[in-house]
Design a protein around this ligand. Structure first.
Ligand code: FAD
Length: 414
């Protein structure tokens, strides 16, 4: 059933008892043309664009837990495309652009809110780096601008621009950056996939990758073996484990990244603010909670919790820039396992195993990339060759030293 004002009114009158399940829970078949491991945003978007753009619908998405229960359901939902390198800007802007019309495309309100994102410059180094990005973005046709401390204050009056340690020197401002509702992005893609006949199989952990003569033949799962012609690994922080099952290594480190939310308060912040020098960023959700994120844990781990020290450090630093935080009670804290590459750019690539493809390395900033990444991964898997979006992000770049260095644009920021 389509979501429309008429259906909504009808269901309101009969107690919302007529809505069908948003996606089916089919029993796995013994064989599929394509299997995608990982029911996060990137896995779901890959399956969706395989079906939509290439007509490949004999697809199964295998998810070990519940749909969107990984980083897709744990992130702080910042969307922007103001990266430095042309290759990064191409894929992040494609993604941001797809977000603009994703609600209509999926017939699900993903609450895309392009309220504007500012990245504060609090050291002279940072100011120069952001001016450079603003200049690069102008050449790349991305609307960003380096703004003055007065402009920062006009857009965000709760900020203390002459803080004691790190006064605000300016900011990189992207007016069409913003946020979206993370669960709904996953649910919207799932619903659209299910409608195309794509199987979404939750509670189905992949425990082995089956190969014959250097070619992938299928997977072993908790629910039995399933064969396939092509396999995509799209599991973010668990990419190293899955690559290990397939017999190759990845240049990835997995670490916990944390976030927390405050009690809800009246609207006081209608932009997204990132303060990378002090490792903190903040936005206000539609419910009124202040959504706060910090830096990554300093040690490799899979804890999905993170340690208290990092939360303390983030809040202590943000209080200097946003003094009102000191009076808020924090309600919830959580963590996710992010997959970090050395150049802080993703991997969308064929692998040493024939017919096995991988999409990972989005690190702390892959929510914004979900539509573009799914689009590029679907193209790679359907054609068995990368399109222009995916090509620069192959695994070969680490062997060839062809890095796409986004440590300034993505090192801490999201
Ligand atoms: C606290 C935090 C804040 C963040 N903030 C932002 C932000 O503001 N903006 C932004 O752009 N990005 C942000 N990110 C990063 C973003 O969340 C991720 O890059 C993105 O969600 C990755 O999506 P994914 O689909 O690749 O991974 P996931 O959503 O993690 O999905 C991978 C799925 O694979 C499944 N899986 C793993 N192993 C197996 C297996 N063996 N068998 C079957 N299934 C398996 C997992 O259960 C999981 O559901 C943040 C991340 C965190 C943790």
């Amino acid at each position: 059933m389509r979501y429309s004002i008429f259906n909504l009114c009808r269901e309101a009158l009969c107690g919302h008892t007529g809505w069908p399940k948003a996606w089916e829970s089919p029993t796995p078949k013994s064989r599929y043309e394509v299997i995608i491991i990982g029911g996060g945003g990137h896995g779901l978007a890959t399956a969706y664009y395989l079906g939509k753009n290439f007509g490949i619908r004999d697809v199964a998405i295998l998810e070990k837990g519940w749909l969107g229960g990984g980083n897709t359901g744990r992130n702080t939902t910042i969307i922007r495309s103001n990266y430095l390198e042309n290759d990064s800007v191409a894929i992040y802007e494609k993604s941001r652009d797809l977000y603009e019309t994703l609600s209509q495309d999926l017939n699900m309100n993903i609450m895309f809110s392009p309220r504007g994102v500012m990245m504060l410059a609090q050291t002279h180094h940072e100011a120069h780096a952001y001016m450079r990005i603003a200049n690069a973005n102008r050449l790349q046709n991305i609307e960003t601008e380096y703004i003055s401390p007065t402009q920062v204050f006009e857009k965000c009056p709760i900020i203390c621009i002459d803080g004691p340690r790190y006064p605000i020197l300016g900011a990189l401002w992207q007016p069409r950056g913003g946020t979206a509702r993370h669960d709904t992005v996953a649910w919207g893609y799932a619903r659209a996939c299910s409608k195309m006949g794509i199987h979404i199989i939750e509670n189905c952990e992949v425990t082995g990758i089956n190969r014959e003569g250097g070619r992938v033949t299928g997977v072993t799962t908790h629910r039995g073996s399933i064969s396939c012609d092509k396999l995509g690994i799209v599991v973010a922080g668990h990419s190293g484990q899955l690559a290990d099952m397939a017999g190759f290594r990845l240049p990835i480190e997995s670490v916990a990244l944390q976030a927390l939310v405050s009690e809800p308060i009246k609207p006081c912040l209608d932009v997204v603010v990132m303060a990378n020098t002090v490792h903190g960023y903040i936005s206000q959700s539609d419910k009124g909670e202040m959504v706060i994120g910090g830096g990554t844990d300093g040690v490799i781990n899979y804890s999905q919790r993170g340690s208290f020290t990092y939360i303390e450090e983030t809040v202590r630093a943000l209080v200097e820039t946003f003094p009102l935080i000191s009076r808020l009670k924090m309600l919830r804290q959580w963590g996710g396992i992010v997959d970090m590459t050395g150049d802080r750019s993703p991997i969308i690539s064929a692998t040493p195993v024939d017919k096995l493809f991988i999409n990972c390395g989005w690190g702390t900033g892959g929510f914004k990339a979900i539509p573009g990444s799914g689009w590029a991964m679907a193209e790679l898997m359907a054609n068995e060759a990368p399109g222009s979006l995916a090509e620069p992000f192959s695994l070969d770049r680490f062997r060839e030293g062809r890095f796409i260095d986004e440590r300034v644009a993505a090192g801490v920021a999201h």
